[in-house]
Design a protein around this ligand. Structure first.
Ligand SMILES: Cc1ncc(COP(=O)(O)O)c(C=O)c1O
Length: 921
């Protein structure tokens, strides 16, 4: 398992083995062409050595891929030995082209050794060219001889029938370790066949590949017995890539294997080599993920001739094709979209509000894919999903703990539900005018405070944003675990608007709500947990609050209920039309306690005319992510990492711009791993897995916050005047001195290259401008840079709700009745305005008056409310508002000032508190 020093060197250079593979093939192409063309002995020797070196370097990598395959690779080596350099260069060129264009996935003949060496696989006139096939690879884990491998390949190949919807090729690895490397490296895999002969250890020496294994508990693997290798491999694969189908061959008896957990094992074969059965199972497993019931139903519907006698003139394009004036709409969109526009719920279609057919099946498939117990589609975004979940769970008067810089849909959700709101403060990033996320200590502190006040039974929900717009990701498992130790049936709503993709990245998955809920549920059922809890309980029996705040708390397994909800904007990070979102549920008490209320809440917020195109896109987006999410996310992270590295090391770009590192976005106290950045010149790439396993917060690398203060432009100007107007680059989040670049599953190497080119050009222009600037102009520039770096107003914390909106005034807990304040403000006679310029506010505060906001006040950026209805306006908030030089502040009219409640309105409330919302009996 030891890595050689050469491969160690490449570890620092490459983020992923995938990049290494691509680069080595490109280098081999150049070297083999040089070899074929070289005239002199010296050049030939040099090129030949290079070719041999690269073939040696590629050999350990190619073991895990079906294309170009073992035989082809062997032939390349032979060509060097026999001096047939022209043939070698041609074959390497063909392989590279196939790999780069992915054409080997479409054309099975690319796997044909003779074709590769003699033909030109990209030639469309090639008579063998197959139809566009859906291609994947199957991993066989067994130590077989070359002849046995060839036999198995031949036998399974013979099972192929022309009508098969998919074709697959086999990849052979001998050991458990190799199998785990393969599932993390080869994104073409869709199924794994684990056979009896597998060993434990690998002969692989490339450290870059072993990096994948740092994600596993190697000691635990060392402890298992050989007969356990198969079942253990099944379980490990389920942890790394739960979407893969696994088939286990065993010689153990049914009794022995029954009751063993086997991860995502679809079928156990008892040692007979039933190849046809295996082949059919493999195809059926992939077909199950491929099937998109609602998308299929809609395309089927669109093909049927129907007469339209319902209220939808656009259906089947009728109102467009009959028109003289809007034909261009039809030309632009094409007919299919109109053929699929319908409000029918029968004829093979279904109703989103009461799904019984293909929508129901599509939702069930989504639940399986995203690891939920139930999944619900929504066609009006996560804004609506959030309101649905809050309304389903929270009754008027229930206490909800919520991060204040969460999306506005939550604040409005609180108003609608009539919640008593406890706002939680995230840690501030004052240097960049943005917030991080809420530390666990703050959450526990609030819960313990409510417990001490005897209000724990009214605490219903904790609502947090994971991950935040800027990419701060919680330790979801720890938050749920520790909170459940204080309040055993707390409901969690995780706003994963930006995190739908996370399920399909092995590191990311560990911090998703659905994964963590399943983990916790399993843990609390185990005897090990019970034993650990007994010890913990004995130690913590008389613990005071400070000890509780410092200790990792454990819930009582006899009482705890795991109740987690996640809302995801599928359209933000995966394939879906705009507004396509999902609600995922893992709630032990859903069926008994919530289902009915959930149904009502869903009815409250869902249109009776949901858009079928959106539903179909959610369904097919699910298919995509189950079959290729792993690959797409692997590539996305790779692009993001290289963008981070290039920007921070490019001599010109880094003069003015800088990608914020992990350390700049997450203070050291929340980073136990000590990891400061994903890459630095001294240490190369960090092992992100250790951070993702233990740190309180981690940074989603795919979101790149660029500090632009060095350019003298503020975030907003840089976004609009420079990126958009001059270079056509669109982004949507800025802070005073940063802009956020989001990569996504569609981000390509070329789009990254374009962004880098643009940043280089901008930096060059700045160089030029500063070169020709007068002394005065230079001074102005320096002053602007300093102001953007240093003159940043500290971010204000949540002040408090005014006593008039606190049922518990004087009891020391902070919850407030946002709903009463919100509706009181409908009465204009109870509202007044106060300008923020001048000293009217200071005067009023000095005179002992509390100024109370009637509305949400939300500056863009940063985009979170600095005031909510019923909140006392603090000096800190005013100072912040005055220092903000943003143009867009929702809820604030500069010509009038801040809208506040009149003194008499507040006095009337205090005199008659019953006018505030009553608690339920
Ligand atoms: C954290 C968060 N939650 C919810 C939403 C709303 O999502 P949607 O646009 O799908 O309605 C957003 C939108 O930006 C968001 O940032």
């Amino acid at each position: 398992m030891k890595a050689d020093s050469k491969s160690k060197k490449s570890l620092g250079e490459y983020y992923s083995a995938l990049q290494l593979r691509t680069d080595r093939w490109s280098a081999l192409k150049i070297a083999s062409e040089q070899l074929a063309e070289s005239q002199s002995e010296r050049k030939r020797t040099y090129a030949e050595n290079k070719v041999v070196e690269l073939l040696d370097a590629l050999r350990p990598i190619e073991l895990y891929w079906a294309f170009p395959g073992h035989d082809t690779f062997g032939r390349l080596g032979e060509l060097v030995v026999t001096g047939r350099f022209d043939v070698l260069a041609g074959a390497v060129r063909n392989i590279c082209r196939s790999l780069l264009s992915n054409s080997y996935r479409q054309n099975p003949h690319h796997h044909d050794v003779d074709e590769l060496f003699e033909g030109s696989p990209d030639d469309d006139s090639n008579e063998h060219r197959g139809k566009d096939l859906l291609y994947f690879e199957v991993l066989i884990v067994d130590s077989l001889s070359a002849m046995q491998e060839a036999n198995l390949r031949r036998t399974l190949g013979a099972m192929r029938r022309p009508e098969d919807p998919f074709v697959y090729e086999l990849v052979f690895v001998p050991s458990l370790t190799d199998a785990l490397i393969a599932v993390m490296f080869n994104h073409n895999l869709q199924a794994v066949v684990v056979r009896n002969g597998l060993k434990r250890e690998s002969e692989q020496t490339l450290e870059l590949l072993h990096r994948y294994l740092s994600r596993l508990d190697e000691e635990a693997l060392d402890a298992i017995e050989p007969k356990e290798y198969g079942p253990e491999l099944c379980r490990s694969i389920a942890k790394l890539r739960p979407e893969l189908d696994v088939y286990l061959f065993t010689d153990q008896s049914v009794e022995e294997i029954a009751g063993t957990r086997l991860g995502n094992c679809q079928r156990v074969f008892y040692n007979q080599e039933d190849h046809l059965d295996l082949h059919l199972n493999i195809l059926r497993g992939v077909a199950k993920r491929f099937e998109a019931p609602f998308f299929n139903a809609l395309t089927e519907y669109a093909r049927k001739p129907t007469g339209v006698f319902h209220a939808m003139p656009i259906s089947r394009g009728k109102s467009i094709t009959c028109s003289h004036w809007i034909k261009d709409m039809g030309d632009f969109y094409g007919m299919n979209i109109f053929l699929a526009e319908t409000s029918a719920t029968s004829g093979g279609l279904d109703s989103l509000l009461e799904p019984q057919g293909p929508i129901k099946r599509a939702q069930e498939k989504a639940a399986r894919a995203f690891g939920a117990k139930q999944t619900f589609f929504a066609t009006n975004g996560t804004s609506t999903c959030n309101k649905i979940v809050v309304q389903a769970i929270v009754r008027p008067g229930d206490i909800v703990l919520i991060d204040r810089d969460c999306h506005k849909s939550h604040h409005y959700g609180m108003v609608l539900a009539g919640a008593q709101v406890v706002y939680l403060d995230s840690y501030p990033l004052n240097d960049f005018s943005m917030y991080g996320a809420v530390p666990i200590r703050e959450i526990k502190h609030r819960l313990l405070e409510l417990k001490a006040a005897g209000k724990l039974d009214r605490v219903r929900m904790l609502l947090l944003t994971n991950c935040t717009f800027d990419g701060i990701v919680y330790n979801v498992e720890r938050v749920m675990e520790e909170c459940l130790a204080i309040k055993h049936d707390l409901v969690f709503l995780w706003d994963e608007a930006w995190f739908a993709f996370a399920r399909f990245g092995p590191a990311y998955r560990r911090r998703t709500a659905m994964h963590c809920a399943a983990q916790l549920r399993e843990r609390y059922r185990s005897d090990e947990y019970r034993a650990a809890y007994a010890k913990y309980q004995a130690k913590m029996a008389d613990a005071d609050d400070e000890t509780l705040l410092k200790t990792r708390l454990m819930p009582d397994p006899d009482k705890v209920r795991v109740r987690a909800y996640a809302t995801q904007s599928t359209h933000k990070t995966l394939t879906s039309l705009r507004q396509g979102s999902m609600i995922h549920v893992h709630d032990q008490d859903f069926k008994d306690e919530v289902e009915q209320a959930f149904h009502e809440a869903y009815m409250t917020h869902t249109s009776t005319s949901p858009n079928y195109q959106i539903i179909a896109s959610l369904d097919i987006g699910r298919r995509q992510v189950e079959l290729e999410g792993f690959e797409l996310i692997q590539r996305q992270v790779e692009q993001a990492m290289s963008l981070r590295k290039v920007i921070n090391t490019h001599p010109q770009i880094s003069k003015y711009f800088h990608v914020l590192t992990v350390a700049e976005m997450i203070p050291a106290e929340y980073r136990k791993s000590g990891i400061k950045s994903y890459w630095d010149p001294e240490h190369g790439w960090s092992d992100i897995m250790s951070a993702w396993t233990e740190d309180e917060f981690v940074l989603d690398a795919t979101r790149i916050t660029l500090s632009v203060s060095g350019s003298g432009w503020d975030g907003d100007t840089f976004k609009n005047a420079i990126l958009m107007d001059r270079h056509g680059i669109q982004i949507n989040k800025t802070s005073r001195n940063t802009v956020l670049f989001m990569t996504n599953i569609g981000t390509t190497r070329s789009s990254v290259a374009y962004l880098i080119e643009v940043l280089v050009n901008i930096a060059r222009d700045l160089d030029e401008r500063l070169d020709y600037a007068s002394n005065v102009e230079r001074k102005i520039f320096d002053r602007r840079v300093k102001a953007l770096r240093e003159d940043l107003p500290p971010l204000p914390d949540f002040s408090c709700f005014h006593d008039s909106f606190r049922l518990s005034s004087g009891e020391g807990t902070p919850e407030g009745d946002i709903r009463s304040a919100y509706f009181l403000a409908y009465d204009e006679s109870k509202c007044d305005y106060v300008p923020i310029e001048g000293n009217a506010i200071e005067k009023a505060i000095a005179a002992g008056r509390q100024l109370v906001s009637t509305t949400f006040v939300i500056p863009y950026p940063p985009g979170f409310p600095i005031l909510v209805p019923g909140q006392v306006i603090s000096q800190e908030i005013i100072t912040f508002m005055r220092a903000l030089d943003v143009k867009e502040i929702h809820g604030y009219r500069p010509e009038l000032g801040l809208r506040i409640f009149t003194e008499s309105a507040l006095a009337a409330l205090e005199a008659s508190p019953s006018s505030i919302q009553e608690l339920p009996a």
